[in-house]
Ligand binder design. Structure first.
Ligand code: ATP
Ligand code: MG
Length: 285
């Protein structure tokens, strides 16, 4: 009886203050800069802090979040879009209770999603927004029309860069395209695989100043993750690096990024719902 009353009280409280997810797209210009490894380890650190996190592997047909976790998934996002499956059936559970939806591997079935599929996606997505604090979209490299739909519907963008000139140049182009479509979408930049945190932060500051000067865009410099041998090892052993070696330089740097992110996030207003933005995107195309 007491338990029942307690549960009811909890339910009522939930109803009064329904939580809405924050949706974050992970973007880069060039491929292979570390989007998937970064989002996975970032998400695991957020989980540790009792946040409820879902990763959507939206690198449709080339996804690898499940591979990075060493898990086999029953369904992947290709089934979802091709068979219109319920979203709840797609969710897999990884380490520390991290939820994810696998992207699947099928080079012959790469999709540009049509409007029907996108409509289906956001109607199903709506069912998830009260269950998670953060929903990450791990996107493929570059900027297809489909990835732009997901990007513009997000609350924030994580732009992953590495110090190579090609990554910086391509990252800048991706950012420029996003700013052109929506100048007020927050862009949060991370310098991955940097020779040192100091050097990475210096390059990040330079990148931010170019964005400011040429695009009149203030980006958030979240910080840098050093090059660390443990990362390729963690990929080979299919164990995320924050779990494989908690005290590795990159794991420590990741914890700092997450702390900084949560600290900076306090007080930032979420601007409009995902669904509203998604609908707007469909209307203007
Ligand atoms: N901080 C790091 N230190 C050392 N190696 C790293 C680091 N981050 C990523 N890597 C290496 O880079 C490779 C690519 O990383 P990842 O798959 O996360 O990139 P991606 O941007 O998701 O690629 P894609 O564009 O193909 O989706 C990994 O296999 C890993 O070995
Ligand atoms: Mg990836």
């Amino acid at each position: 009886m007491h338990d029942q009353a307690e549960r009811l009280r909890q339910r009522v409280n939930e109803e009064k203050a329904p939580r809405t997810s924050k949706t974050i797209s992970i973007v880069s210009g060039k491929g292979g800069v570390g989007k998937s490894t970064t989002v996975l380890n970032f998400a695991l650190e957020l989980q540790k802090k009792k946040k409820r996190v879902l990763i959507f592997d939206l690198d449709i047909g080339m996804g690898n979040i499940d591979i990075l976790l060493g898990q086999q998934s029953k369904h992947h996002i290709l089934n979802f879009f091709e068979e219109f499956l319920p979203i709840h059936d797609m969710i897999e559970v990884g380490p520390n209770g991290l939820s994810y939806i696998a992207g699947g591997t099928a080079f012959d079935r790469l999709l540009e999603l049509d409007e029907n599929k996108l409509e289906y996606f956001f109607s199903q997505y709506e069912l998830l927004t009260k269950s998670y604090d953060y929903i990450f979209f791990d996107l493929g490299a570059g900027m297809s029309k489909t990835s732009l739909a997901f990007i513009l519907a997000s609350d924030e963008i994580f732009l992953v860069l590495t110090p190579e000139p090609t990554s910086i140049a391509d990252g800048y182009s991706a950012m420029k395209q996003i700013v052109k479509e929506n100048p007020s979408l927050p862009i949060i930049a991370v310098m991955n695989r940097s020779p040192s945190i100091r050097e990475g932060d210096r390059m990040l500051a330079k990148f931010a100043s170019v964005a400011n000067q040429f695009l009149q865009k203030d980006i958030v410099q979240l910080g840098s993750l050093p090059y660390d041998k443990i990362v390729p090892k963690s990929v080979s052993s299919q164990t995320p690096y924050v779990l494989l070696k908690e005290n590795a330089a990159v794991s420590k740097a990741m914890r700092e990024l997450v702390d900084r992110y949560l600290h900076a996030e306090t007080g930032v207003k979420r601007n409009g719902s995902f669904i509203q933005k998604f609908k707007k995107f469909l209307l203007v195309r």
